[in-house]
Design a protein around this ligand. Sequence first.
Ligand SMILES: [Ca+2]
Ligand SMILES: [Ca+2]
Length: 313
Amino acid sequence: MVKNAQSDKVHRLSVIDMFAGLTITIIVAYSLYLLFARHPTAIPRKHQVIVEISSLESGLTEFKSNYGKYPPSKLNLYTTPSGWESDHKSRELIQSLWPKFDFDSCGGLNDRHVEVICLNGPECLVFFLGGVFDSKSGTCVGFSTNESQPFQMTGERKRCHFEFQSNTLPRPLNSQGRLVDVDSDGFPEYVDPFPNQTHPYLYFSSHNHHEYQSNELQNKVFEVYRKTPIKNADVWNSGKTQIISPGNDGCYGAGGYFNPLKSAKILSGSERKAERDNIANFTLAELSDFTDQAELGALVLSNRARRLTGRRE
Ligand SMILES: [Ca+2]
Ligand SMILES: [Ca+2]
């Protein structure tokens, strides 16, 4: 009798294990079904974007290892010595990356028609990972190994921290491949591989444990993602960087508070709906993927509870 009771117990346990395994399999299969059913053409691109964001993040980490800090996401470059004299913040930042930088010759950046170039986050991402942009070839050619003239176009080059694809797809006016120039200042930004994408990856640097600076793009302010509803508090990837793709719809949304466990509610309003397909380096998934999984988990659990209790709705 004891043996039979033990045998029954073992049998019940194995049935429970089998049921748990089957439930997990159903959840994964149903997740994939939902993804393919909702976005049949976007799936391969989405995974390309996820892989690419991961590579960009590796490039940023490599940059930090070589230069001692993450690239900034806001910086002014000057083409005159007096310009550099007038902006101590930008001067100090450049000096921290290239201690031998020659401000009298503007580090080789003097062949320009403007006196100052204000780099925003997306431009900083391309400039610091790819180096100087050669508009004739439409490619990033890296920085010069000459420590006092890192921005000069000729001579021996340092290796780029990311290979930006410049000519794999035809792009709209003022652009080269996936390197585009939204504000036509000669310093490109980089768009993700979604078809006809015109809005570049956003990039925010926490300036090495200082606060992130929200960035202005096309007259629209996007707020960096944070973990709490309180502004300027508990940001995602604190002390590091945020890279954000606008997703297949090409819209960034407003940004700000994001909690994966409450994403269905947070991203339901008209102001934030566009963020459901955004992809960030701290999620490496669409923001709404968390919503789908949470909804699915709740559905499976409620069905299981109904079966166990024999209740019907
Ligand atoms: Ca630009
Ligand atoms: Ca979007």
